[in-house]
Ligand binder design. Structure first.
Ligand code: FES
Length: 156
C-alpha cells in the first residue's frame, strides 16, 4: 500500500490518484476468480472526527485517525467533490437530518442518480461539519453508482 501511495498522487496529503481503489478492485477480482466465496454483508459501526468546516469527503480523503481511514475506504469520492459521481453518497440517520439539512437542487439531481437514494440521502462532499453536528450518525450504502465511469475520455 505504501508503494502504491508513493507512486502516484500527493501521498503526503493522502491522495493516491485512485491507485489504491484500483489495486483493491483487482485484488477482489482475482479472489473471485480463485473461487473465494462472498461472505454475507455484515455491518459495523465506527467513529470518526474532523475539524469544523471539513466535509465528509475531506475527512475521508485527508482526515486523520482510524475513523477517517475507514471512511476513506467506504466512500470513494471519485470526482473530488464537484458533485459529478455520487460515490460519496451517505444516508443521514433520520434523527439528524433536520440538523444536517436537506440537499439543494443540484445535489438532489446527483442523488437521484445514486445507488438507492432515500429521503435522508446526502452527498458526503456537501456535508460540512458544524459544532451542532457532534455525534451525527450516518450510514454508508452497500453500493455506489460511479457516474465518472461513464465519461468518454478520448484516447490519446
Ligand atoms: S465526491 Fe463526487 S459527488 Fe461527492
Amino acid at each position: 500500500m505504501e508503494t502504491i501511495r508513493s507512486l502516484a498522487g500527493r501521498w503526503e496529503v493522502g491522495e493516491d490518484g485512485g491507485l489504491v481503489s484500483l489495486a483493491k478492485a483487482v485484488e477482489v477480482e482475482m479472489a473471485t476468480k480463485d473461487g473465494k466465496k462472498h461472505v454475507p454483508h455484515a455491518s459495523f459501526e465506527f467513529e470518526c472526527e474532523g475539524l469544523e468546516g471539513m466535509t465528509l469527503r475531506e475527512i475521508a480523503q485527508h482526515g486523520e485517525g482510524k475513523g477517517a481511514e475507514l471512511l476513506g475506504e467506504y466512500i470513494e469520492c471519485a470526482c473530488s467533490g464537484v458533485m459529478a459521481c455520487s460515490t460519496c453518497h451517505v444516508i443521514v440517520d433520520p434523527a439528524w437530518i433536520e440538523k444536517v439539512g436537506y440537499p439543494e437542487v443540484a445535489e438532489q439531481d446527483m442523488l437521484d442518480l445514486a445507488y438507492e437514494p432515500c429521503d435522508t440521502s446526502r452527498l458526503g462532499c456537501q456535508v460540512a461539519l458544524r459544532d451542532e453536528l457532534q455525534g451525527m450518525v450516518i450510514s454508508i450504502p452497500e453500493a455506489t453508482h460511479n457516474l465518472m465511469d461513464h465519461i468518454p475520455f478520448p484516447d490519446k
